[in-house]
Design a protein around this ligand. Structure first.
Ligand code: KG4
Ligand code: ZN
Length: 335
């Protein structure tokens, strides 16, 4: 089965062709980061309009890249949520219209399921069952994954998502947009242990997270070290490092608990924050200690992309899932 996958839930227009026999045929992406940078964050209306401009040319391009005649697919799948409602509508409308004209099924995919299954696109994919840590700009979840569509939420963030905590803290520290990767870069130049921040909720049982208190702790630390309203670069790097270590240690502790509770021997990390080098390092060490294996997508498939949606949607279509003709999208949607 060959499917076209479309991702437009936020600020990336991602398109891919996936073949259940041959694997990923081609994928392409346009990031709106430069456009939103001017505003210090994603402007939903601008995001929708840019998806309108970019989506159809990218679809043509992906067929060319794969050397597949335009429209020769068995299905069209698209992100139906969660995400920005206007942005989702663009992808859903285009996907449904193409599926109608090509006379093939269309199916809406859960964005986080796309992230969760992204490591399946790698040469050595994880085998079910596994524990998945999903860490993006909008979600932080630990999931017991028994198979495609068989998900049990073990824990999630009670307030800010991990990526959101990175982004908000970065903004507060005056770092340029997009904050998360910038903060992590700065943290890599700092020294661990100079500033210790709390590891939220690790003293409580369970696998939920809470990150919103950390940004306040960072704000107070920045204010404490400001001289004439500026903080020396070196101190900023040490603060960033302390923050990153606190977020990562919390995630490592909860992942260890999840592996222990489920007895699974594989841990998957996915979503934008799984691009974080230090997180991968620390989780790999913990996994090794427990004789477990760590899996993650290649860097370009950690953040939003069309390939993960094409893969997840293809699995759903292969399982026989179909939907009616309505164009439905959801800003919020539990996994
Ligand atoms: O999965 P994604 O592209 O979009 C959502 O579904 O939200 O994730 C984006 C998030 C942003 O919050 C971004 O700051 C964060 O992932 N992120 C990082 C890194 N790269 C991206 N956070 C920490 N370290 C990174 N290297
Ligand atoms: Zn995402």
């Amino acid at each position: 089965m060959r499917v076209l996958g479309i991702e437009t839930s936020c600020d990336e227009t991602g398109v891919a062709l996936y073949d259940s026999e041959r694997g990923l045929l081609a994928h392409t992406l346009f990031s709106q980061v430069a456009m939103h940078a001017e505003f210090g964050g994603v402007v939903p209306e601008l995001a929708s309009r840019d998806h309108v401009r970019k989506l159809v040319p990218l679809i043509r391009k992906v067929f060319d890249m794969a050397e597949v005649p335009f429209g020769e697919v068995d299905g069209v799948v698209y992100t139906a949520g969660p995400g920005l409602i206007g942005a989702l509508m663009v992808g859903a409308s285009v996907a449904r219209s193409l599926a109608w004209t090509w006379d093939v099924p269309a199916l809406g995919v859960h964005h986080m399921e796309g992230h969760l299954l992204a490591p399946m696109l790698e040469d050595r994919p994880p085998r079910f069952p596994f524990v998945a840590l999903l860490v993006s700009g909008g979600h932080t979840m630990l999931v017991d994954v028994q198979g495609v569509g068989q998900y049990r939420i073990l824990g999630e963030s009670l307030d800010d998502a991990a990526g959101e905590a990175f982004d908000k803290t970065a903004k507060m520290m005056g770092l340029p947009y997009p904050g998360g990767p910038m903060l992590s870069k700065l943290a890599d130049q700092g020294k661990p242990g100079v500033f210790e921040f709390p590891r939220p909720m690790v003293d409580r049982p369970g696998m939920d997270f809470s990150f919103s208190g950390l940004k306040t702790a960072v704000r107070l630390k920045v204010a404490e070290h400001a001289v004439d309203e500026t903080v020396p670069e070196e101190v900023m790097a040490d603060i960033a490092c302390g923050f990153q270590e606190a977020v990562i240690d919390t995630m490592v502790i909860k992942c260890r608990r999840a592996l222990k509770e489920t007895g699974h021997r594989a841990l998957v990390i996915a979503g934008g924050v799984s691009a974080n080098r230090r997180l991968r390092e620390k989780l790999a060490a913990m996994a090794e200690e427990r004789h477990c294996k760590l899996f993650y997508p290649r860097l370009e498939f950690c953040t939003d992309n069309g390939a993960m949606i094409a893969y997840a949607g293809c699995q759903r279509l292969l399982a026989g899932q179909r939907s009616d003709l309505g164009i439905e999208v959801r800003a919020r949607w539990p996994l």
